[in-house]
Design a protein around this ligand. Structure first.
Ligand SMILES: *Cc1c(COP(=O)(O)O)cnc(C)c1O
Length: 385
């Protein structure tokens, strides 16, 4: 049966897949051991489960097992990558390059680093959310240590050209970090082919549990050096101390395994859904924000000029759960920094909604959602006139 409101906010988070939940269960109860306390079978069994998970995850992104550092999620991974690398490489320089449309986890780290003596360049984007690769290359200086550019945007879904960015960073001998929280498990990622040196990703964006994620840290050519943020028992090669979240790690691995296997099929289905919804919304005056093709297939960010997104969201809220943009923590409605960076006016940003469809939606649900939003827009437009 259908459960209302229909969930269509998959960029904010995803439900745990039943197959993932089943895999995790024993690690809460009978297999509860501490993976670092391996003098007995409880701890040993837990450590084997962690290593098996590490292997699955490293295979999915094309790295070595010991290059995976488990964290609490992409926010922590972003902090560890940016602060850890900039702190450790002060001798080389103090310059960081990132982009205006990054997630707050990156932008707020960059701001923190600026307050502590770093220089940060924030690249602009065009109206589709793409950076200019020439501008990227020309902003590299002798003091540039790190370039951090996301793999796929969480609001508009624009997919970056990681391979081209990786060629530039490698050629110029600077480190390349990517926030791939919206990309891993959704599009193919290969850290070797793309010359990625550090990569943040998260379990709860791919049908795994919340509170677990990873940072990939390249160990060779070049060997990335970074300071740790947490000090303690020396887990994760001394980079991230703290007792490992064994059930989380097991679930994260199962989630990645399923996502890799079903990626192509899921993307084809999502593309069909977002294409059909966009067509319907265009009939009601909707305009696409972001890139028409280089976009996550399950993402749709549209604006209805002259109509408040809050009004649309409230009108449909009993039937569909959608959002205006990123999941924010404040009550104040600030214009989206991503949409502003595309060149949208402030009132246009307040007329935009983000839809993220996903694994557990159905054809019928998509049709209902498209109809609901269409009719909400039509009726709100009448009031306005
Ligand atoms: C969700 C998200 C994050 C934060 O990830 P958590 O695991 O929730 O900390 C960071 N960056 C992007 C692009 C995201 O979509």
């Amino acid at each position: 049966g259908m459960k209302f409101p229909l969930y269509m906010d998959y960029h904010a988070t995803t439900p745990v897949d039943e197959r993932v939940f089943e895999e995790m269960k024993p690690y809460f109860t009978e297999n509860f051991g501490n993976a670092s306390s391996i003098d007995h079978s409880y701890g040993y069994d837990a450590s084997v489960a962690v290593q098996t998970a590490r292997e699955t995850i490293s295979n999915a992104i094309g790295c070595k097992m010991d290059e995976i550092i488990f964290t609490s999620g992409a926010t922590e991974s972003d902090n560890l990558a940016l602060i850890g690398v900039m702190e450790k490489n002060k001798e080389k320089g103090n310059h960081l390059i990132t982009c205006k449309t990054e997630h707050k986890a990156i932008l707020d780290c960059a701001k923190h680093l600026e307050e502590n003596g770093c220089e940060v360049t924030y690249l602009s984007v065009n109206d589709k959310g793409e950076i200019d690769l020439k501008e990227l290359e020309s902003s590299i200086t002798e003091k540039t240590v790190l370039i951090s550019l996301m793999a796929a945007n969480n609001e508009i879904g624009t997919i970056s050209n990681l391979e081209e960015i990786g060629k530039i960073t490698r050629k110029n001998d600077v480190l390349f970090h990517t926030d791939a929280a919206q990309a891993v498990g959704h599009i193919p990622i290969d850290v070797e082919k793309m010359n990625i040196d550090l990569m943040s990703f998260s379990s709860h964006k791919i049908y795994g549990p919340k509170g677990i994620g990873a940072l990939y840290v390249r160990s060779m050519k070049p060997r990335v050096k970074l300071d740790s943020l947490l000090h303690g028992g020396g887990q994760e090669r001394n980079i991230r101390s703290g007792t490992l979240n064994v059930p989380g790690i097991v679930g994260f691995a199962k989630a990645i395994e399923i996502s890799q296997k079903e990626m192509e099929k899921e993307n084809a289905k999502s593309k069909r859904w977002t294409d059909s919804m966009l067509k319907k919304f265009q009939e009601a005056g909707g305009k696409l924000n972001g890139h028409p093709e280089k976009r996550l297939s399950h993402n749709l960010n549209v604006r209805f000029d002259g109509i408040e997104s809050k009004a649309i969201i409230n009108t449909v809220s009993k039937k569909i759960a959608i959002s205006a943009g990123s999941a924010c923590t404040t009550q104040i409605v600030e214009p989206s920094h991503v949409l502003l960076a595309l060149g949208l006016a402030e009132d246009e940003t307040h007329s935009s909604i983000r839809i993220g469809c996903g694994r557990f939606n159905t054809d019928e649900e998509i049709e209902i959602a498209a109809d609901e939003i269409y009719h909400a827009v039509e009726s709100l437009a009448k009031i306005r006139i």
